[in-house]
Write a protein that binds this ligand. Structure first.
Ligand code: CAA
Length: 259
């Protein structure tokens, strides 16, 4: 296993569990943390034994945002030339499903990182917010885009424009940002359980379904429906479709081989 300084990576059967581990800075998302995260994600995405990924932090913080101390002296032209935060988007190109298990603070870039995942589970003490405006800047990794789609315009506007209107776990669940809320101590296990259920299904089908759903954020309905239908057609060229439907008829559990 690779030795990382800011994250921990372990596998639980066919699930990879990635834990942000920079406790002194409440998992502030420094450049080196993100490079390690991207490296780990790339490896587990390419590992045929892994079917789904869980991303978590600590009970106190999922992540308290971009590293303010690291970025505060950077200037416009350096940000432009290095395409600052551009490397944060790698996680959105991961093909396997990623579940964010959010305990504690998910602020600024932390909330944005959670929203780049496919499913968000929250621990009861989770706090979601976009405080960038209070630092004299604005969200830079999807907070003005994904949050609107996740919680609707009014709540997103209030969160981003005041910087201090946060959502707790249950509010986030009611708003649709989060799909389930758990006691903090069982959150990660519950996320792993769901990830492992997903990983037991046909991996290409899971990835096609994810790919098709993500198109709903990018395309007109007509184009998205066409994209979906073409992928649906293509599933009939697979072993796993044959097996899945035969198993139903034979009243037994399907044995997918991911082909
Ligand atoms: N960057 C760098 N360091 C951070 C940090 C951050 N985002 N968040 C917390 N830390 C550090 C603190 O500086 C502190 O370090 P020291 O012990 O060396 O002083 C340590 O983590 C513990 O934090 P606090 O003492 O502040 O803990 P608290 O419990 O009193 O407060 C908190 C917790 C409310 C989350 C508070 O730390 C906070 O407001 N953090 C900043 C949140 C924020 O503004 N995030 C947005 C960042 S900008 C961004 O993300 C841009 C983008 O869109 C990509």
């Amino acid at each position: 296993a690779t030795n990382y300084e800011n994250i921990l990576v372990e596998t639980r059967d066919n699930v990879a569990l990635v834990t942000l581990n920079r406790p002194k800075a409440l998992n502030a998302l420094s450049s080196s943390l993100f490079h390690e995260l991207n490296d780990a994600l790339k490896k587990v995405d390419g590992d045929a034994a892994i079917g789904a990924i869980v991303l978590t932090g600590s009970e106190r913080a999922f992540a308290a945002g971009a590293d303010i101390k690291e970025m505060r002296e950077s200037n416009y032209i350096d940000n432009y030339k290095s395409n600052f935060l551009g490397h944060w988007t790698f996680i959105t190109s991961v093909r396997k499903p990623v579940i964010a298990a959010v305990n504690g603070f998910a602020l600024g870039g932390g909330c944005e990182l959670a929203m780049m995942c496919d499913i968000i589970y929250a621990g009861e003490k989770a706090v979601f917010g976009q405080p960038e405006i209070k630092l004299g800047t604005i969200p830079g990794a999807g907070g003005t885009q994904r949050l609107v789609k996740a919680v609707g315009k009014s709540k997103a506007m209030e969160m981003v424009l005041t910087g201090s209107f946060n959502l707790n776990a249950h509010e986030a669940e009611r708003a649709g940002l989060v799909s389930k809320v758990f006691a903090p101590e069982v959150l990660v296990d519950e996320a792993v359980k769901t990830a492992s259920k997903i990983a037991s299904l046909s991996q290409p089908m899971v990835q096609m379904a994810k790919e098709a759903m993500n198109q709903s954020f990018e395309q007109s309905l007509a184009n998205g429906l066409l994209f979906e239908r073409r992928l649906f057609h293509s599933t009939f060229g697979t072993h796993d479709q044959r097996e899945g439907m035969l198993a139903f008829v034979e009243k037994r559990k399907a044995k997918f081989n991911h082909n």
